[in-house]
Write a protein that binds this ligand. Structure first.
Ligand SMILES: [Fe+2]
Length: 194
């Protein structure tokens, strides 16, 4: 079991019995009226039906698509749309915490540690529909891959927006800083990326 899942299970247990959030408007309202230290608890209550996120769902055959649903100075809610086999690089989280909620399909999350100039695989776990995971830099590095054989969708709640992160370049065997961008923003495709 990954460290991320230990935290996730703890959060889910801790908030068992609390009202689930099954409406996007309600989620945005709660986020806008909560402080940063309450976001992790909100992430654990996510149960948004897939139909509500259809207006934000865009895919691209060349890369997994980052579709921004909402962004404030305090949080960022992103719908990731994955074609079969698409994967993130191994990356860190720029100091920010993130909840991942699998809306549809299956993602495999692999955790890594970097030690003595070597990337070491720590654990790998498949997240099915409804699965949740939590990630922060204290847990090392991770990557997500759509191992579903069909399209997958995941909702990501970043506690503080994240504009850059460090990814592992497998060719140079080194880390490099990358800027993150959106494929769509609030339901509109970003023209620069189309
Ligand atoms: Fe990540």
């Amino acid at each position: 079991m990954s460290k991320g899942h230990i935290f996730s299970t703890f959060e889910l247990h801790q908030h068992k019995g609390l009202k689930v959030i099954n409406n996007l408007s309600e989620l945005l309202s709660e986020l806008n009226n909560s402080s940063k230290d309450e976001y992790a608890a909100i992430g654990a209550r996510l149960e948004i039906p897939i139909e509500q996120l259809k207006p934000y769902s865009y895919w691209n055959s060349k890369f997994y698509a980052r579709n921004c649903i909402e962004r404030t100075e305090h949080f960022e809610l992103i719908l990731l749309c994955w074609e079969p086999g698409q994967s993130t690089p191994v990356h860190c989280h720029g100091g920010e915490e993130c909840w991942v909620y699998v809306m549809d399909g299956k993602l495999t999350e692999t955790h890594f540690q970097y030690d003595n100039n070597e990337l070491i695989t720590e654990s790998a776990e498949m997240l099915g529909k409804g699965g949740k995971s939590f990630m922060c830099d204290d847990l090392g590095y991770h990557k997500l891959e759509n191992t579903n054989g069909q399209r997958s969708m995941s909702l990501h709640l970043y506690m503080d927006p994240i504009d850059t992160c460090t990814k592992f370049n497998e060719n140079s065997n080194n880390f490099e800083q990358v800027d993150l961008s959106y494929y769509s923003y609030k339901g509109e495709l970003s023209k620069a990326l189309v």
